[in-house]
Ligand binder design. Structure first.
Ligand code: GUN
Length: 293
């Protein structure tokens, strides 16, 4: 069994991006510039945006957080999005989700210029990704692809089972792995809450990707000997054994599943660290006008 070390891979990619930014600076080029819009003061969102700012600083990007009160109106927020769309200095921007209830997430996402949508949430980017055109791919599916690529995990002709059909993980990763290429060329099955006898399907998986948000859902009897298991879940649970009084659990019962695997991601330290790297990669692509010219 080999651990898929997301932290190590994330540091490698960040180092590569930092070197490219140094080169851009030496050549007098434009430094990539990412902006994050943060509405209200949700603790988790504050933490995520803080991590994104730190990652930008680490690779030499310019970044800024625009903070707005939780009672900003939808029209006012849409106006801020339009200003960023029209600001030539800004290469890419994100609007941190979730937004307050009186604002439509979808309306805001669709107001973002797809050329600057480095989260890859806009339907134009999702649609382009689905038909195999260059597109900004959202963070978690892109992170999974990066892990499979860097560990040179064979995907061609393999049966990949995806547990979960969310717009941001299950469906895009199922789509990407079914496409031609490396990693890709998988035969893909998506399971969800209405799927009958999930264990009989997961037991046929060469690659099992779990994105349900249900702590320790996958047990050893559900996994084929020698499988690759990618665990996207992170659930915070109370714990008597840690100093903080809580711990993070994945969607896979790691202790009993890992001995059966060829490769498995730990939680934390698996897919998670690669999600911010995807945002950095997309911002670099935006500044180089790689996707849309
Ligand atoms: N909230 C949780 N994850 C994300 C993300 O990747 N992007 C944005 N914009 N909001 C999030």
């Amino acid at each position: 069994m080999e651990l898929l070390d997301g932290k190590k891979i994330a540091n490698e990619v960040k180092e590569e991006i930092a070197q490219e930014v140094t080169q851009i600076k030496t050549n007098g080029g434009k430094i990539p510039y990412l902006v994050a819009i943060l509405v209200g003061n949700d603790g988790a969102s504050e933490t995520y945006v803080g991590h994104k700012e730190k990652a930008c600083a680490k690779v030499g990007f310019r970044s800024e957080v625009l903070r707005f009160d939780a009672n900003i109106s939808e029209d006012e927020l849409l106006n801020e999005v339009h200003k960023l769309n029209n600001n030539p200095e800004v290469d890419g921007f994100i609007v941190q989700m979730p937004l307050p209830k009186h604002i439509s997430d979808q309306k805001v996402i669709e107001a973002i210029d797809p050329k600057k949508d480095v989260d890859g949430f806009h339907p134009v980017n999702v649609g382009r990704m689905v038909i195999g055109l260059p597109a900004y791919v959202s963070a978690t599916p892109d992170g999974i692809i990066e892990l499979l690529r860097r560990y040179k995990i064979e995907t061609s002709g393999k049966h990949c089972v995806v547990l979960g059909r969310s717009n941001i993980v299950g469906r895009p990763i199922a789509n990407l792995l079914s496409q031609k290429g490396i990693p890709g060329d998988c035969t893909v099955t998506i399971c969800h809450s209405r799927t009958k006898d999930i264990p009989s399907i997961t037991r046929t998986a060469d690659i099992l990707i779990v994105a349900l948000g249900q702590a320790e859902f996958v047990t050893a009897d559900m996994v084929k000997e020698g499988a690759t298991v990618i665990d996207v879940g992170i659930t915070r649970v109370k714990s008597d054994t840690t100093k903080s009084g809580w711990k993070l659990l994945g969607d896979v019962k790691f202790d009993e599943v890992s001995p059966k695997c060829s490769y498995i991601t730990p939680v934390p330290g698996g897919v998670g660290p690669l999600t911010i790297v995807s945002l950095l990669k997309n911002t670099l692509k935006a500044s180089k006008k790689e996707i849309y010219g």
